[in-house]
Write a protein of this length. Structure first.
Ligand code: AMP
Length: 387
C-alpha cells in the first residue's frame, strides 16, 4: 500500500511540496471556466494546511513553450485564496532566488503557489538540475496530480525519488475507484468507449475481456472494428494497421461471452451534406452514432450495475455530431448503476449538461485512468514509498 498524507507524522512547521493538477480551462481573460480540478484537491490542501505545515503548491497548466502570460497559474492562486483567506501567496517564478526568498519568509500555515511548472522546459524532460531545485524547496513531497500520474516529469517523478513522500486524497480515491471497479465490478458491467485513438483503446478493451459483460463502442475508433467485422465504413476514420488486431479482439471477446456492440447507424457527411444512414456509402464519412445505435446503447446502459465510460461517441466538437455523446451522457446520468466517467470530452459532456452530481466518479485524469483500465501501473505512483 502506498503511503498517504494520513501516514505522514509530525509535519507541523515542515515545508511540504504538493504537486497538484491544476490544468484547468481558462477563457481569453484568464478566468477559470471549470474549477473541478482545483476543488478536487481542496481536501488534500485543507488537510495539510490543518497540520500547520508550510505548503508549497506547484502545477502545470496547458502546453506552453516557454513563458506564456495566458497560461499563468495566478488565476488558480486567486481561486485558492477564496478557500484559504489570508493564507495564499502567489510566486511568479518556478525556480530562482525569488522562489527561495518567498519560501524562506513562509510561516507555518502559509500556502505558496508557484508559477506554471511547464514554463521551464526541464519539467517535462525530468531534468536532474530542475528536480534538485524543486526538491531543495521542501522537506516532504506529496503528489495529488492524478491527471499526469502516467507521465515521468520532474515535479511528479524525479522529486518523489529525492524526498520522503506520500500521495494525497485525490490520488488515493482515484486509485481505489478504478481498483474496485475492475476487481469487484457490480454486474452487469457495461463499458463504453469512444474517441478516435484506436491504438490507445485496444489494450483497454483487451484488458476488460472477462471483466465486463458488455462493451459499447462508438466514436472514430468504432470504424476500425466495423471494418474488422466486414462492414463498409466509407471514408470514415480508420487505422488500417490495427484492423487485424481489432478482429482478434472481437473473436476473443465473443469467445469470453462479452457482448460487443458496434454502431448500427450513423450521422455522416456526404460531401457538405449531413445524412443519417444505416450504411456508409463510399463517399460518406461517419461522424456520430445514429438514432438506432443510441437506443441500443441506452438499453444496455439502463440494465447496467456498473458503467465505465471513456471517450466521445462522435466528433463532439462539431454541434452537428454531438447528439450521440449527449444522449449517452444522459442515459448514464439517468441510470441507477455505479458510474465512472473519465476523459476530457466525456467529462465535458457530463458537465455541460449539468449531470456531474448524477455520476458516482468523474475522473480527473483521462490518460491516467486509461492506463489503470489497461491494467498498467502509473510511474508517478510507483515511485511513492510503500508502507
Ligand atoms: P480520444 O482522444 O481518442 O478520446 O479522441 C477524442 C476525439 O475523437 C475528439 O476530438 C473527437 O472529435 C474525435 N472523434 C470522435 N468520433 C469521431 C469520428 N466519428 N470521426 C472522427 N473523429 C472522431
Amino acid at each position: 500500500m502506498k503511503r498517504t498524507i494520513k501516514d505522514l507524522k509530525n509535519i507541523q512547521d515542515k515545508r511540504v511540496l504538493l504537486r497538484c493538477d491544476f490544468n484547468v480551462p481558462l477563457d481569453k481573460y484568464g478566468d477559470i471556466l471549470d474549477a473541478t480540478r482545483i476543488t478536487a484537491s481542496i481536501p488534500t490542501i485543507k488537510y495539510l494546511n490543518d497540520q500547520n505545515c508550510k505548503l508549497i503548491i506547484c502545477s502545470h497548466l496547458g502546453r506552453p513553450k516557454g513563458y506564456d502570460k495566458f497560461l499563468s497559474l495566478f488565476p488558480v492562486a486567486v481561486c485558492l485564496m477564496k478557500y484559504f483567506p489570508n493564507k495564499v501567496k502567489f510566486c511568479p517564478k518556478v525556480v530562482g532566488d525569488e522562489v527561495k526568498r518567498d519560501i524562506a519568509k513562509m510561516k507555518s500555515g502559509d500556502i505558496l503557489v508557484l508559477e506554471n511548472l511547464r514554463f521551464d522546459p526541464r519539467e517535462e524532460e525530468n531534468d536532474l538540475s530542475f528536480v534538485k531545485e524543486l526538491a531543495s524547496y521542501a522537506d516532504i513531497y506529496v503528489d495529488d496530480a492524478f491527471g499526469v500520474a502516467h507521465r515521468k516529469h520532474a515535479s511528479n517523478y524525479g522529486v518523489a525519488l529525492k524526498l520522503p513522500n506520500a500521495i494525497g486524497f485525490l490520488i488515493e480515491k482515484e486509485l481505489k475507484v478504478f481498483e474496485d471497479a475492475f476487481k469487484n465490478p457490480k454486474k452487469p458491467f457495461v463499458a463504453i468507449f469512444g474517441g478516435a485513438k484506436v491504438k490507445d483503446k485496444l489494450l483497454l478493451i483487451k484488458n476488460i475481456i472477462g471483466k465486463a459483460d458488455t462493451v459499447l463502442i462508438g466514436g472514430g475508433m468504432a470504424y476500425t472494428f466495423l471494418l474488422a467485422d466486414g462492414i463498409k465504413i466509407g471514408k470514415s476514420i480508420v487505422d488500417l494497421e490495427l484492423v487485424d488486431e481489432a478482429k482478434d479482439i472481437l473473436v476473443e471477446a465473443r469467445k469470453a461471452n462479452m457482448k460487443v456492440i458496434l454502431p448500427v447507424d450513423h450521422v455522416a457527411l456526404k460531401y457538405d451534406r449531413v445524412v443519417k444512414t444505416n450504411n456508409l456509402d463510399a463517399d460518406m464519412v461517419g461522424l456520430d452514432i445514429g438514432k438506432r445505435t443510441i437506443k441500443l446503447f441506452a438499453e444496455e446502459i439502463k440494465k447496467a450495475g456498473q458503467i465505465v465510460w471513456n471517450g466521445p461517441l462522435g466528433k463532439y466538437e462539431d454541434k452537428r455530431f454531438r447528439k450521440g455523446t449527449f444522449m449517452v451522457a444522459k442515459a448514464v446520468a439517468k441510470s441507477s448503476a455505479y458510474s465512472i466517467v473519465g476523459g476530457g470530452d466525456s467529462v465535458g459532456a457530463i458537465n455541460t449538461l449539468g449531470f456531474a452530481d448524477k455520476i458516482d466518479h468523474l475522473s480527473t485524469g483521462g490518460g491516467a485512468s486509461m492506463k489503470l483500465m489497461e491494467g498498467k501501473t502509473l510511474p508517478a505512483i510507483e515511485v511513492i514509498d510503500t508502507l
